[in-house]
Structure formats: structure tokens, C-alpha cells
Design a protein around this ligand. Structure first.
Ligand code: ADP
Ligand code: MG
Length: 368
């Protein structure tokens, strides 16, 4: 079995490592030279929408998947009749555009923050008047790690937001004064079986994921989140892992966005779950049954952003994953996971790790 993976970043690398255990070969497509997943299999260094490269992958692979959601749908559609593309391009189509994503959530009865489509400066003024401040303006497409976003705090910010983002199709959302953020991550296999990981709680800094912990001990929230996730997976006839990001506000859940792929907030599953999100994604797209998503304990993950100081490498409290990427401010270079028998012990260890990470990476949090 050979799986073709579009994108060869750290998610591709972790998929490639999981593939080794399953006797699955991986082949990657990525335009960048020496990407992280190159250690796991051959990388064709061509653009993501290169028809010839995609046709070649379709011919050489049993199934095609992707590690990031900005693969051009039109390019993937060209090969869909020759090789299974999992998750389907229908999932990509919705996940690539924040407006379509929100419309899908609403159609499925999944609550979202109040939002407006923004095409003109007048639309933005109307959104401010109707939704109030603060308001967050986001590009509909291609944003990640908080990029392509502008928070309007006062009327004086409206011009600045408009000038910064007006070249692109936009959406404006009510600022949610959330209590905390969670992600619901699950897998659906080709038999339609769905398995859902314990709910994960996430902390972002400057729009970038900083830490995740799981399981969140909140059975009611977990049930609601799992219900929303299930609706999405079933509606999209989805195959693979999907991550749904949600805001928790006074025991209500509001959907923020979903990723049709393995997700940073699920990295803890490598050590902390019976079957990791990477193994489960591969199992599902390869036509195998999904494995148990049960937790092995209380897990926590800290992202390493901008630089990895030797002090972090020397930490004995957790497992270090270094993606082998060149340091750059705001760049995800690795992560550390801890798994403990109690949430208290996990939090104690996480605290030690986090202190070392934040003290030793001055670029952390300074992402523009
Ligand atoms: N409407 C909102 N209200 C409050 N915080 C928000 C809102 N939208 C985004 N954020 C914050 O910014 C982070 C990144 O935004 P998100 O929409 O998830 O974009 P990205 O694609 O960059 O992850 C979120 O995880 C959250 O912390
Ligand atoms: Mg997000």
C-alpha cells in the first residue's frame, strides 16, 4: 500500500513515521526544498497544483491524502476519478473558505459566533454597527496561525483593518470572550465507523497554538463537541481524521473552524492515546479500520516556536519531537509531550516544560 501525501511538512513527517508501523509507504508532493517529511519517503518537488506531478502520484499511489487544507481543489479534482482522494475534495472545499465553513456549521445546526460576509468597506461598517466591538476580521482563505486576521477594538481601527486586508475576500466575526478553547478530533473509516478522541483544551498565543491538554474532564461539553464532530463527519461522508476547533463560553460551544486533516492540537495522541491521530488517519484513508482513540493517561503538549534551546532538549519530563526545521520567528519547530497518571502531575510537569520553553525561546509570542 502506497499513500500519496500532498504536503511534506511536520504533519507529513509524523504521518510518515506512523506509516512505518503499518507497512505503508508514503510519497510526498511539496514545492519546498528538503521539507521535514523527506526523512520518511520520496518528495516530488513541484507546486501543489502541478497537473503532471499529481497525475504521476495518482498513477503510483493507491490513495491520495493531504496534510494541509490549501491544496487547490481544482487540481485534486483532476485526479479524483483515477485514485481515491481522502478526505474528499468536498471537505476541502468547505474548510478552505471561512464563509462556506460557517455556512456549513449553521446548516448542520452547529452554533457559530455571529459573522458577516465582507466585500466592501460599507459591509465592514455595517458589521461593526450590527455585531459591535471588538470584531475580528479574517481573510476567508489561506489564513493560518492567526495570519490574515485583524482585531478591531475601536472605531479608529476600522480603516487600518480595511487597508490591511481589503485586497482579499473577508469575513468579520464577533469577538468571543471565551472561557477557553477546545478541539474535538475524530476519525471516520471507510466502513463509516467513527471514533472520537477525548476532548482537548488549547491555549493560543498570538494566534498560534501554544499548549494542549487532554482529556478535558467535562463530560457534558465533550458530548456536545462529539455530537457536532459526528454531524460533520457524517454529512461530508468523511474518511480520515478531522479536527473541529470550538470556543467554550459559559458552558456553550461555538464552532470556530475545522481542519480536514491531522491537527497540531492532536499531537499528544502519539504518546497519549492508544492509536495516534497520524496512525488513525492513515488507517482510515488506506481502508483499514480505525483504532481505539482512548487516552493512555493525562497528556499535555507544548509547541516549540521560533527556536529550540538546548535547555529544552535536555528536559527529562517529556518526549521531544524536533521536526528538523530551520529556526524562524513564529515557526513551529517541534513539540514536547508529557503523559501522566493524574491531571495534577501532568500540569506540574507541563508547567516546568512551559517555563523552560518560554524562557529559552525569545522569538516565542513575537509573531507578527
Ligand atoms: N471570533 C473570535 N473570538 C475570539 N478569539 C478568536 C476569534 N477568532 C479567532 N480567535 C483566536 O485566534 C485564534 C486563531 O484563529 P483561527 O480562526 O482559528 O485561525 P487560524 O486558521 O489561524 O487557526 C483562535 O484559536 C482564537 O484563539
Ligand atoms: Mg485555528
Amino acid at each position: 500500500m502506497r499513500v500519496g501525501i500532498i504536503g511534506a511538512g511536520q504533519l507529513g513527517q509524523m504521518l510518515g513515521i506512523a506509516a512505518g508501523k503499518l507497512d505503508i509507504e508514503c510519497a510526498f508532493l511539496d514545492p519546498s526544498p528538503a521539507p521535514p517529511a523527506a526523512v520518511c519517503g520520496p518528495v516530488v518537488q513541484r507546486p501543489f497544483d502541478d497537473s503532471a506531478a499529481l497525475a504521476d502520484m495518482a498513477a503510483r499511489c493507491d490513495v491520495i491524502t493531504y496534510e494541509f487544507e490549501n491544496v487547490p481543489v481544482a487540481a485534486l479534482s483532476e485526479i479524483e476519478d483515477r485514485v481515491p482522494v481522502r478526505p474528499s475534495t468536498a471537505a476541502l472545499h468547505h474548510a478552505q473558505d471561512r464563509l462556506r465553513e460557517k455556512q456549513l456549521f449553521t446548516e448542520l445546526g452547529i452554533p457559530v459566533p455571529a459573522y458577516r460576509q465582507i466585500d466592501t468597506r460599507e459591509d465592514l461598517d455595517t458589521a461593526v454597527a450590527e455585531l459591535g466591538l471588538p470584531l475580528i476580521v479574517k481573510t476567508r482563505r489561506l489564513g493560518y496561525d492567526g495570519k490574515g486576521q485583524f482585531v478591531i477594538q475601536t472605531n479608529g481601527d476600522i480603516d487600518r483593518a480595511w487597508h490591511a486586508l481589503r485586497e482579499q475576500a473577508l469575513i468579520a466575526e464577533q469577538w468571543v470572550p471565551f472561557d477557553f478553547e477546545v478541539s474535538a478530533i475524530g476519525v471516520r473509516d471507510t466502513s463509516g465507523e467513527i471514533r472520537i478522541y477525548p476532548l482537548t483544551r488549547n491555549v493560543h498565543k498570538s494566534g498560534i497554538l501554544h499548549t494542549s491538554v487532554a482529556p478535558v474532564i467535562a463530560p457534558e461539553l465533550a458530548d456536545i463537541a462529539a455530537g457536532y464532530l459526528r454531524k460533520l463527519l457524517e454529512h461530508l461522508d468523511y474518511i480520515g481524521v478531522l479536527a473541529l476547533e470550538l470556543f467554550v463560553l459559559e458552558s456553550r460551544l461555538l464552532a470556530n473552524e475545522f481542519a480536514p486533516r491531522v491537527h497540531n492540537s492532536g499531537h499528544w495522541t502519539i504518546e497519549g492515546a492508544v492509536t495516534s491521530q497520524f496512525e488513525n488517519h492513515l488507517r482510515a484513508v488506506a481502508g483499514l479500520s480505525a483504532g481505539s482513540t482512548d487516552a493512555r493517561g493525562h497528556a499535555g503538549m507544548v509547541n516549540l516556536i521560533g527556536a529550540i534551546n538546548p535547555a529544552v532538549s535536555a528536559l527529562k519530563q517529556g518526549t521531544l519531537h524536533d521536526y528538523g526545521k530551520a529556526p524562524r520567528p513564529g515557526r513551529k519547530l517541534g513539540h514536547i509531550t508529557v503523559v501522566s497518571q493524574s491531571a495534577e502531575e501532568r500540569d506540574r510537569l507541563l508547567n516546568i516544560i512551559e517555563k523552560t520553553v518560554t524562557q529559552s525561546t525569545p522569538a516565542n509570542g513575537s509573531n507578527p
